[in-house]
Design a binder for this molecule. Structure first.
Ligand code: ZN
Length: 97
């Protein structure tokens, strides 16, 4: 039977000793794997990332809603299907991408 012995520092990143906060860019002191100077910077950084992702989703949802409104105006109330030329869709602002 063998016993596996790991060095204590094997889990601690030692690549960079002087790092800057990912949010405010101030020098970080303390643990070598720290990314932010404090909780405020960590939260602000994560909120910033989240808001970027939320904006992307919001823009896609707005484009889809607008496309749906355009298609509704082109479909006669009695029909289930209609044929529309692409130029007409582009003229009304339909987004294909
Ligand atoms: Zn900071």
């Amino acid at each position: 039977m063998y016993l596996l012995v790991l060095k204590a520092n094997i889990l601690t990143p030692t690549i960079a000793t002087i790092k800057n906060c990912l949010f405010c860019n101030k020098k970080i002191t303390g643990r070598t794997d720290k990314k932010f100077c404090d909780d405020y910077c960590r939260n602000a950084y994560n909120n910033q990332l989240k808001s970027t992702a939320n904006n992307l989703v919001r823009n896609i949802n707005n484009a889809l809603s607008k496309n749906r409104r355009i298609l509704e105006t082109l479909l006669p109330p009695t029909d289930k299907m209609a044929k529309v030329h692409i130029d007409k869709l582009l003229q009304l602002g339909f987004q294909f991408k």
